[in-house]
Design a protein around this ligand. Structure first.
Ligand code: ATP
Length: 360
């Protein structure tokens, strides 16, 4: 197990700033994910760790070794590419053996290690098959076996599930996670899929426009987003603009519409935000924290009437798009027992003050 440090790493492509000042320390054995939309710089960062790009500035350190300008084959990393980059005319065995042959290992060692790697990805009986005789999911596992067979210190995965259909993607992400825990290998994973990142990672680095937005556990980035971008990119959120009207002890009153003032708790706000009367804030409310108001809650603060614009029954939940005065509000009721409301119906809803998050 080895740790990976990026110290103020930047990469420029001519005038284009690919990534700027990435500063992270990935712990030994950690499953660490770079998450963000297309073009945010996650692949560029991974490629610098693999050695396919050299940084324009900064240092990359594995354990105690500075690898900033070390060629890829000297870094002891195993990489799975988005398109797998397998040799279609070779067999599964030959594909997986490739890295060991390049390293001039003996025939006996190659056979033993390839068989072990194929066993790890449940392809023990597939060694003789040609790549073009395999399904997409099986090809994905060959790519994983090929990365693991060299017993790398660090496993790098670049959108490894994006070519699989939704069901297989879910199964495979569990498989990768199981293997990663079993091997205890430091793993860096690139994806634009927030559900994938949330379900697999120990920590996530959220990127946007080449700049790191937040680094934290899935719970931290979900429940304590540092800004509007993170709040909207991770999960769903209702984002309303408001102005602070009153601060009394722990409670903050914020006006979000001419006749709607919400109460929030001062501790539920993004870091480095100063709460003062008159300050503009973004209010973030997760759809699943909105509830149907109980009769005794209907006159309380944070109870509002919403008009149903769209309702959908998914089996697990009823999802509503509501109009609250001039605002729209997504609400998700899990374990919903009462009748599903239809377009035009009115619904009393309640937003617990603990669930109102303030973004500076
Ligand atoms: P995607 O998910 O689409 O691969 P990404 O988040 O991985 O996106 P990068 O591929 O790292 O993003 O790209 C970051 C920025 O750097 C983009 O603006 C991209 O156009 C630019 N870029 C990446 N590679 C090069 C290159 N070889 N030459 C010039 N610009 C590049």
């Amino acid at each position: 197990m080895i740790d990976v440090a990026l110290e103020q790493v930047s990469k420029e492509f001519g005038k284009v700033k690919g990534v700027q000042n990435v500063d992270i320390r990935i712990k030994p054995g950690e499953f660490f994910t770079f998450l963000g939309p297309s073009g945010c710089g996650k692949t560029t960062t991974l490629r610098m760790i693999a050695g396919f790009y050299y940084p324009s500035a900064g240092r990359i350190v594995f354990g105690h070794e500075d690898v900033t300008i070390l060629p890829p084959n000297k870094r002891n990393t195993g990489m799975v590419f988005q398109n797998y980059a397998l040799f279609p005319h070779l067999t599964v065995f030959e594909n997986v053996a490739f890295g060991l042959e390049v390293r001039k290992k003996s025939k006996a060692e190659i056979t033993e290690k390839v068989e072990r790697a194929l066993g790890q990805v449940h392809l023990g009986d597939f060694g003789h098959r040609r790549i073009d005789q395999l399904s997409g999911g099986q090809q994905q596992r060959v790519a994983l076996a090929r990365a693991l067979v060299i017993e790398p210190k660090i496993l790098l995965l670049d959108e490894p599930l994006s070519n699989l259909d939704a069901k297989l993607r879910e199964e495979t992400r569990l498989e990768i996670k199981r293997l990663q825990i079993e091997l205890g290998i430091t793993t860096i994973y690139v994806t634009h899929d927030q559900a994938e990142a949330m379900s697999m990672s120990d920590r996530i680095m959220v990127m946007h426009g080449g700049v790191v937005q937040q680094i934290g556990t899935p719970e931290e980035v979900y429940h304590r987003p540092v800004n509007r971008f993170v709040a909207s990119f991770i999960g769903e959120s209702n984002l309303w603009e408001g102005v602070i009207e009153e601060i009394r002890g722990e409670e903050v009153k914020i006006r979000v519409a001419p006749s709607l003032v919400l109460t929030a708790l001062a501790r539920n706000c993004s870091p480095n935000t100063t709460l003062t009367v008159g300050t503009k804030m973004t209010v973030s409310i997760r759809p699943e924290s909105v509830r149907e108001a109980l009769p005794e809650e209907q006159l309380r603060t944070n109870a509002v009437v919403g008009k149903v614009m769209i309702s959908e029954f998914t089996g697990i939940s009823v999802n509503y798009l509501l109009q609250v005065q001039a605002l729209s509000l997504k609400a998700m009721f899990v374990n919903h027992k009462t009748q599903v409301q239809q377009r035009g119906d009115e619904l009393y809803i309640y937003i617990p003050k603990e669930s109102v998050y303030l973004l500076g």
